[in-house]
Design a protein around this ligand. Sequence first.
Ligand SMILES: NC(=O)c1ccc[n+]([C@@H]2O[C@H](COP(=O)([O-])OP(=O)(O)OC[C@H]3O[C@@H](n4cnc5c(N)ncnc54)[C@H](OP(=O)(O)O)[C@@H]3O)[C@@H](O)[C@H]2O)c1
Length: 378
Amino acid sequence: MPTHEHFMQRAIELAQRATGNVSPNPLVGAVIVRDNVIIAEGWHKQAGEAHAEVDAINNAKAKNISTKDATMYVSLEPCSHHGKTPPCTNAILDAQLSHVVYATSDTTDHARGGAQLLQAAGVSVTGGICEEAARQTNRFFFHHQNNKTPFVIAKFASSLDGRTATRTGNSQWITGQEARLRGHTARQAVDAILIGATTAIKDQPQLTVRNPQAHEYTQAAHPIRIVLDSHGRVTTDNAIFDTNLPASTLVVTTDAMPAEHANQLKQLGVDVLTLPCTAGTTRPDLSALLKELGLREIQSLLVEGGQTVLGSFFDEGLVNEVWAFIAPMLIGGTEAAPSVGGLGIDKLKAAPRLSNVTVEYLNNDLLIKGEVHTCSPE
Ligand SMILES: NC(=O)c1ccc[n+]([C@@H]2O[C@H](COP(=O)([O-])OP(=O)(O)OC[C@H]3O[C@@H](n4cnc5c(N)ncnc54)[C@H](OP(=O)(O)O)[C@@H]3O)[C@@H](O)[C@H]2O)c1
């Protein structure tokens, strides 16, 4: 007989279909089950559109399937508030469902309490089924709720010996096509992508999502582009400022950027954010940047390098997850750039280590992913 976990896994799979499309809302999926058979499915497709519970109920209605006394599995506790759409608890009561099974609690101040409300109305409620998988699916949402800053992913492609370019700066391409397409699924998932001024100047990247599989079920969602440029070195004719690109571009700078350059950027529609410098440097303070992005409801940030920028993020302990694409090649050379620069750590005990590590084989390349845990220094 199928278990609670079996149906909840399906609800989580449905939730993940909208990856990159619902921020600042959470990803949510729902299935309605009667006699151990799924009779309707739904998922939240876009902020402002029907929530997963309502989508599933509407799908049942559209097929004239009764939901009376059926069980709903939903990956997040149903909301109890009027937002852009009415409360899901109302829809569940109207649909006369007798049992609701959810994975993670909704801790949002304005939406919490749905389980209690349903119980008080006589609906049987079970929580915590596949909680970890559902929490992982919504890790950007929960991180932003708890910390008011975005969840930071560091992504890089390197050789087996940890180099991201040759000693002459030749860096395209280290990994193959399949790995690069997989990299685009990371872009699709996040609200913003960040690079340093030197990568913008050398690579002229567009930072768009270019993998049709990354948005199989939804519209392509393009994250905003962020360039760290303390002095205004990235000229206005750079590819990243192309006005035809989807989504917006933000240049993060300091008082050292000439006002004329800032004005030219603004005329191109580029947002310019001036921040104080990190103590002892002439570069914008990254913690201040993350706070500002959090206020702008940016829940997730993909840091794509280069090594100087990644070094700063790691040195300041600001990385939550790593996506390391590793190609089976050796570049060598003491002058060839490593994947992570900065100061680094002095004792291995202080090294950021990964947990919940997964390994994917992408043709000849590997993708090693994991959550970052920084051990305290001796
Ligand atoms: N293999 C990969 O995964 C990968 C990915 C990306 C890039 N790359 C390669 O990396 C190379 C560029 O790397 P890079 O290390 O020279 O430069 P980078 O990391 O792209 O940019 C570094 C510059 O960003 C600016 N910046 C502003 N605020 C900063 C802060 N808080 N922390 C750090 N930097 C800050 C600084 O210039 P200002 O002081 O002038 O502001 C700094 O020199 C390129 O050749 C590119 O192809 C490889």
